[in-house]
Design a protein around this ligand. Structure first.
Ligand SMILES: [Zn+2]
Length: 181
């Protein structure tokens, strides 16, 4: 079985504006800015053998703030800039009570089925508690970048930046391998 790194999209893979303590998610290709600093870091994870999967709540698809076509164009740009294997989207609004909107873990279980993943040896990277909660539900290790959205629910690690998170994952992967050997 393979192992994966799940990456929250907004605030990790693309830049977001922050207004009144809320992340303003890009709604058009014009507003979409890839976090290019992530590229060499993701290459390191790729080289270590991980499947790289972006996960994202995009309730704008249901509520009408963003069109599927515009989102697809943004994700084409993202795939060209970063070595992602997959991008999984929850298109629902909170009121839909779907199983895939984070903090629910539906996107992670969908990915596990599609990519034959061992979730207990996989990792989730985000700046929000919702991703840590989803990780906890399915047994992934969660690593959060310190932010106003870390919350008070369970997470495994909070670190200052993406570089520190990638170093931690590579270190944990090495000790897992040593334990398995
Ligand atoms: Zn959903």
């Amino acid at each position: 079985m393979k192992t994966a790194i799940f990456l929250e999209r907004d605030g990790i893979l693309n830049l977001v504006r922050v207004e009144k303590q809320h992340q303003q998610v890009p709604l058009t290709l014009e507003e979409f800015r890839v976090n290019t600093e992530a590229a060499p870091l993701l290459q390191k994870l790729k080289a270590a053998g991980f499947v790289l999967i972006a996960t994202t709540n995009q309730s704008g698809l249901s509520l009408g703030g963003v069109s599927r076509r515009e989102l697809d164009r943004m994700h084409e740009v993202l795939r060209r800039a970063l070595p992602l294997d997959d991008i999984l989207v929850c298109p629902h609004a909170e009121a839909d009570e779907c199983p895939c909107r984070k903090p629910s873990a539906g996107l992670l279980t969908e990915a596990a089925f599609k990519w034959h993943l061992d979730l207990e040896r996989s990792f989730v990277i985000s700046d929000k508690w919702q991703d840590a909660a989803a990780a906890r539900t399915v047994g992934c290790t969660s690593l959060l970048i310190n932010s106003p959205w870390v919350g008070t629910t369970h997470h495994d690690f909070v670190l200052p930046d993406l570089t520190a998170i990638i170093d931690k994952i590579l270190q944990l992967q090495t000790s897992n391998r040593t334990l398995a050997a």
